[in-house]
Design a protein around this ligand. Structure first.
Ligand SMILES: O=C([C@H](O)CO)[C@H](O)[C@H](O)COP(=O)(O)O
Length: 209
């Protein structure tokens, strides 16, 4: 059974909270996507956590430097998780992990742009990350020939706690879940659906099957 995370790549916090309200019954983790964080800042995180105190809130900072400082900012605003780039140095991940331990929260390392995602995932877990996101971002997904299968194969081999993000939808979620992921991340498949609540419900059913 995999947890389900909704990645909200909207730009307005009121729209994001309205979406989260529809899908929250089927979701374990509410992610404020990087564009939303850049648009609404720490205030957006505070508003989301205030609206959903019983849900895990993930701030998709994609931190590249000053790991401890940025993690303290995110956790101070109410986030339960922050993302840190796997492409950055070990000291940045270690700094964020230090802040996470002080707050009783978690660091998720995002492998976007990393060549050897499996190796970096194993290193990141050794540094104290709670889980690692095997991630093909929106631009990589738009490249010719992209297939989520590469992430599914990597999750099967990783041997550490991972999530998959980058094209998780109703067609791929069963294979994603079978790969043994801790968390399946779905963005456009939920916020772009005609009926986001129903999309989240169907994804959750398949993630739990
Ligand atoms: O993290 C993401 C991206 O970098 C923009 O913030 C997306 O939320 C993530 O890639 C989810 O992708 P889809 O499920 O394919 O929308």
């Amino acid at each position: 059974m995999a947890k389900l995370q909704v990645a909200i790549d909207l730009l307005n916090i009121d729209d994001a909270i309205a979406l989260a309200t529809k899908v929250a019954p089927y979701i374990d983790i509410i992610e404020l996507g990087t564009p939303l964080i850049k648009s609404e800042g720490l205030t957006g995180i505070r508003k989301m956590k205030d609206a959903f105190p019983d849900k895990l809130v993930l701030a998709d900072f994609k931190t590249a430097d000053a790991g401890e400082l940025e993690a303290n900012m995110a956790f101070g605003a109410g986030a339960d998780y922050i993302t840190v780039l796997g492409a950055t140095g070990d000291s940045t991940i270690a700094g964020a992990v230090k802040a996470a331990k002080e707050h009783g929260k978690g660091v998720v390392v995002d492998t976007i742009g990393v060549k050897d995602r499996v190796k970096r995932a194993q290193e990141a877990i050794a540094l104290g990350a709670e889980f690692v996101e095997l991630h093909a971002g929106l631009d990589e997904q738009a490249e010719d020939g992209y297939s989520i299968q590469v992430l599914i194969d990597e999750a099967t081999r990783a041997g550490v706690a991972v999530s998959i993000a980058g094209g998780v939808n109703l067609s791929s979620i069963t294979a994603v879940k079978k790969s043994g992921v801790t968390v399946a991340v779905a963005g456009a498949a939920i916020y772009g659906a005609k009926d986001p609540a129903n999309a989240a419900k169907e994804l959750q059913e398949l993630a739990m099957a």
